[in-house]
Design a protein around this ligand. Structure first.
Ligand SMILES: [Mg+2]
Length: 339
């Protein structure tokens, strides 16, 4: 599996027609960003990822991984979830602004969110820190406190890791191992025509209002959901509703129709556009039978609101329908990290 910023990329030959999943940071910050962008332009991430993914995966123990939120690996009798996410100062957070503890918390939260997207249970994490030379020791301790503090809330111990000092800015990489614990991992690829599309929480404005630093990964909600019905497909919203719905639809070979007036727009969002296109919500988007969706939306999950926002359709188009009946293709580039 290969990823950038914690996303796993499908190998095209393993599933023809599946798109490559590329996460790019839109919220570039400060001087490091121009360097990051020029580096990105030279390297051409998509091409590199395509090249990496073009290599055949020769493993009998990897059941799923390419193109999903976690890899699923068979160890003995058990299927194990593994995810890794990399956060960079100046790209995914601003250390000078948020401090080490919030940065560490976000790093753990993002990996836990990927475990949630598979309806798994987090068990343990290992962490790699690249710390700037001259960085105050207290910052490193704060990062650990942030990582550990959130992990403990979900039974995910920080089991080890690696620390290096270098001339660059802070980088935090968190690998989390999860258990399926009686629930078949929910992939992105199982959405069926006629399924209801649901989403937890409210969307939009998360980065601008720093909710990306405080969000609570939807692990409990995902387990409750998977315990009450068959979840056909699920993804966590890191790149924005429009983009991540596209990921799910492409993986499943289906289209979708969203009802504009059903989208849960966060009060901090710049309206419907923000709810559709902003990233960093880390809510769960899932497809279930319409027979189940009504009750789930009415009752919520673990105290979190759930909205029924659309339907999985034939074809590959994603359509947005206005309350007045106007329908049109959903055009949104999602959370582009190129600034
Ligand atoms: Mg994810």
């Amino acid at each position: 599996m290969f990823c950038r910023a914690g996303r796993y990329f499908p190998r095209p030959q393993a599933r023809p027609g599946r798109p490559l999943t590329v996460r790019q940071c839109s919220h570039t910050i400060g001087a490091a960003d121009s360097a990051a962008q020029s580096h990105s332009a030279i390297m051409r991430e998509h091409d590199l990822i395509n090249w990496i993914c073009s290599h055949e995966l020769d493993s009998s123990v990897v059941v799923a991984g390419p193109g999903d939120d976690c890899a699923v690996i068979v160890l003995g009798e058990e299927q194990v979830l593994v995810t890794v996410d990399q956060l960079l100062d100046g790209v995914h957070f601003d250390l000078a602004r948020c401090g080490g503890q919030a940065a560490g918390r976000k790093a753990m939260a993002r990996s836990l969110s990927d475990i949630a997207a598979m309806a798994g249970e987090a068990t343990a994490a290992v962490v790699s820190l690249a710390i700037p030379a001259g960085c105050d020791e207290g910052v490193g301790k704060d990062i650990y406190r942030g990582l550990r503090g959130l992990g403990e809330q979900f039974g995910c111990a920080v089991a080890g890791g690696d620390v290096a000092v270098w001339a660059g800015r802070l980088a935090i990489s968190v690998t989390v191992v999860g258990r399926c614990a009686g629930v078949k991992p929910v992939l992105r690829s199982g959405a069926r025509v006629g399924d209801a599309i649901c989403v937890t929480g409210q969307l939009g404005g998360a980065w601008r209002h720093q909710r990306d630093l405080t969000f609570r990964p939807r692990l409990t909600e995902a387990r409750q959901l998977a315990g009450r019905c068959e979840v056909h497909a699920m993804i966590d919203l890191s790149d924005g509703l429009a983009t991540d719905l596209r990921h799910m639809c492409d993986a499943s070979g289906v289209g979708a129709e969203l009802q504009a007036d059903a989208i849960p727009v966060h009060p901090q969002s710049d309206g419907l556009k923000g709810a559709l296109c902003d990233g960093e919500d880390y809510e769960l988007l899932f497809a279930v039978s319409p027979a189940e969706a009504g009750a789930i939306a009415a009752e919520g999950l673990a105290g979190t609101m759930v909205s029924l926002i659309g339907t999985i359709t034939e074809g590959r188009e994603i359509v947005l329908a206005d309350p007045d009946g106007k329908r049109g293709p959903l055009k949104c580039t999602g959370w582009e990290h190129t600034g």
